[in-house]
Design a protein around this ligand. Structure first.
Ligand SMILES: Cc1cc2nc3c(=O)[nH]c(=O)nc-3n(C[C@H](O)[C@H](O)[C@H](O)COP(=O)(O)O)c2cc1C
Length: 274
């Protein structure tokens, strides 16, 4: 599907705004075609593709060019198996040929500070953790777009944060390095159909000049209708509508799959978060 109007229709689950054909390009087609892939073919990635994906990731903007992120490429079956178990036993981690673990990495800066004769106290602050997490995320999303432009499929794995210390041990991460999320990469299984998942109407996310929660009510109930139909159409096992589903996701600390102890885990990994 490369028709702009069709892509936009799928992205919002309804007839979208009009766009000029002349404003469209193949990058927009890649971006608007995104869908997470959770079933992969057996084909391995051709030689050089990983490096191309990482060069794209490194091309993202990053805070003050400090480059406070790294990535571990995992292809070993046993290691993927172990990571899958730690991330809620997600089968696609075992199945994908390449599993990338994106890291907020303050170890490199700490090392540089020390070798330059500085204490590196600035690294102890929450700001630096946020910076490293933002940088890792921007890099990863560039990697996703690059992979998708090459016909590959991906799915992010936040489940990697269920057991941060164990993940760090498996990947041999030094102190001050945290696995923010994983990313499965591989060629989509051609036998499994995937679809574009509708997003919130723009009236919920796009605010002009100032923010308003009140104006979002209508957009939210409209989106609930669209998603209810989507869940049924896709035979997804989701009770109720998007609002109900999302509210349950944050209802209690137990809904966080163990991630309610993230601050403690980060402290254990060397992040003081002052
Ligand atoms: C940071 C992050 C973590 C995610 N973690 C998981 C995960 O652990 N398992 C999974 O199957 N999907 C995961 N996803 C995928 C989302 O569920 C998916 O992007 C979302 O439902 C929208 O669907 P789409 O990507 O097909 O448009 C994650 C996505 C992001 C951005």
């Amino acid at each position: 599907m490369t028709n702009p109007q069709e892509l936009l229709h799928s992205r919002y689950g309804e007839k979208p705004f009009q766009t000029q054909e002349s404003d469209w390009n193949h990058i927009l087609t890649t971006l608007l075609s995104h869908r997470s892939i959770r079933s992969y073919s057996l084909n391995l990635l051709p030689h050089g593709i990983l490096e191309l994906i990482i060069a794209s990731a490194q091309s993202a903007a990053n805070s003050s060019n400090l480059q406070t992120w790294s990535v571990v490429a995992v292809e070993d079956k046993q290691r993927k198996e172990e990571l899958s178990k730690l991330a809620g036993n997600q089968a696609h981690i075992r199945q994908c040929p390449l599993f990338l673990v994106w890291l907020a990495d303050l170890a490199r800066l700490a090392h540089i500070a020390e070798s330059q004769g500085f204490s590196g106290d600035g690294l102890e602050y929450l700001e630096m953790f946020v910076m490293a997490t933002v940088d890792a995320t921007l890099a990863a999303q560039n990697a996703v777009v690059a992979a998708e432009s090459l016909g590959l499929g991906t799915v992010y794995i936040g489940g990697i944060r269920n057991h941060p210390e164990e993940v760090a041990a498996i990947l041999n991460l030094p102190t001050s390095v945290f696995a923010v999320f994983g990313l499965c990469v591989g060629y989509p299984n051609p036998e499994v159909e995937t679809v574009i998942k509708p997003r919130l109407p723009q009236s919920a996310v796009l605010h002009r000049e100032t923010y308003s929660l009140a104006v979002q009510e209508e957009a939210l109930s409209h989106y609930d209708e669209i998603m209810k139909a989507f869940y049924q159409q896709q035979q997804m096992n989701v009770a109720g509508d998007w609002s109900e589903h999302s509210a349950k996701r944050v209802a209690t600390s137990q809904s966080l799959s163990g991630r309610d102890r993230l601050r403690e885990a980060l402290n254990n990994l060397g992040f003081k978060l002052r």
